[in-house]
Design a protein around this ligand. Sequence first.
Ligand SMILES: [Zn+2]
Ligand SMILES: [Zn+2]
Length: 281
Amino acid sequence: MRLGAHISTAGGVSGAFARAVEVTAECMQIFTRNQNRWASKPIAADEAAEFRRLRKETGIGPNMAHASYLVNLATSDAELERKSVEAMVDEVHRADLLGIEYLVFHPGAHMGAGIETGIRLIAQRLDRIVEEAGDDSRVTILLENTAGQGTVIGNEFEHLRDILAAVRHVDRIGVCIDSCHAFAAGYDLTSGTGYEQAIAALASTVTLPKVLAFHLNDSLRDFNSRKDRHAGIEQGKMGLSPFGYLVNDPRFAQHPATLETPEAEAAYARELSVLRKLKRQ
Ligand SMILES: [Zn+2]
Ligand SMILES: [Zn+2]
């Protein structure tokens, strides 16, 4: 497993590499635009070139961009749909410009329309996004599993399976598994048996070749709480065991996996060293 972190892009996207090196990240996730606003400034050509140069120089990757939290591809509201699709196409373009492999996004909330309707809408819009992004795009869009708060879709691996089954451009779509979200959604990763059951559930739904990245977060909230509250490694209810299983799992030996508590970036270096010590020699 390639261990990294979600890194701040304050001062410009290419600045993330220096911070990533400082915390010993082998891969990273970034926001390429303000995650809480619809409007975004284009990335300047020289900034993109510098990002690609630093990628080569540092060897940090594969990398992920995380889409805006405002995006909801499951919405039944026409205005939110238009803005969400437009924002996702822009996210794909930005990731392509920077040479970022993966764009991670939350499948969305159906807001009362029902899970089946939500899944159908997500799949339709993903196809539109892939088509609008164009044939030259190299980015793979990753559905992130969720804690299942409210009407959010993606807490059951079956939801992700059904979205993959409904998209036409399935070769451009994969899955990112967030350990905190899985635990909060009722997948108990804390025992060896629970971990193997969760991975077997993934294998029989989305299939393991579709699992392309991980978010390594502990959970502030209880098992099966359906609440999405990340905690740093050793700071939550999960303990170290799930991370021990993950970092030693040969099925995920080449996968990028990032810590995702950017509000505590100062703790990343220590947390990454804790994870590396869990690796069996
Ligand atoms: Zn996320
Ligand atoms: Zn996550």
